[in-house]
Design a protein around this ligand. Structure first.
Ligand code: FNR
Length: 199
């Protein structure tokens, strides 16, 4: 936390160039409170499929970049697409890598917030819940709400990638404001690092 400025790492769980979730993250970065910088992680596509044999040989550079980015951030903001009522494979894969090594994962104790956009009516609600489940295992404290569920995502953004609806923007702004308070609380009383999660 450099000075009073919060450094937040944004992760969009889609590799698609025109991803609605990356648009949502960019929109969040644009309307974030003055004391919050959101930097979007762009290396998800470089991360190989998780394999314990590869891990045993050493963490690939792409994975090390992810680890460093999470470790250096005050908090992470994940924009979660929904594939078949779950999170996308690339996002789950990144979470699996970031969850290692057990007991020393950069996700442990790192404050997180989730939001998401999907083309269906649920606005990625199921995928967001699935991610929250994973964050129980990784001991990642997640902001309880508001839940930002951008449904019918293909009708929610203008040509510049900005959210069309003011009430949706207000939800995002409210999420970010609450997340700022949440992250600062964890900075004051961080979750004990190195505590082996119960499995
Ligand atoms: C989808 N989509 C989708 N939408 C949804 O609301 N619930 C779902 O379970 C699924 N399942 C699903 C599976 C697969 C394989 C694909 C390719 C798509 C549609 C999805 O919301 C849409 O592709 C979004 O555009 C994905 O997010 P990004 O890439 O725009 O961020």
């Amino acid at each position: 936390m450099a000075g009073q400025q919060l450094e937040i790492l944004g992760i969009a769980g889609s590799l698609r160039r025109a991803s609605y979730n990356r648009r949502l993250l960019r929109e969040a970065a644009r309307i974030a409170p003055e004391d919050m910088n959101i930097t979007i992680f762009e290396g998800l596509g470089d991360i190989p499929p998780f394999n314990e044999d590869v891990e045993a040989e050493g963490y690939p550079e792409s994975v090390q970049r992810l680890h460093r980015a999470i470790a250096q951030a005050d908090g992470i903001l994940v924009a979660v697409p929904e594939y078949n009522y779950g999170v996308t494979g690339v996002l789950k894969n990144a979470i699996d890598w970031a969850s290692r090594p057990a007991g020393r994962s950069p996700l442990e104790g790192k404050p997180a917030a989730v939001m998401g956009a999907s083309m269906g009516m649920g606005g990625s609600a199921r995928a967001q819940l699935a991610l929250r489940d994973s964050f129980v295992f990784t001991q990642t404290p997640v902001l309880p709400g508001p839940e930002v569920l951008v449904a019918g995502a293909h009708e929610q953004f203008d040509d510049n990638g900005h959210l069309l609806r003011g009430d949706t923007r207000d939800f995002v702004r409210s999420l970010l404001e609450r997340f700022g308070v949440f992250v600062r609380r964890f900075a004051e009383e961080p979750v004990a690092a190195g505590v082996e999660p119960s499995r």
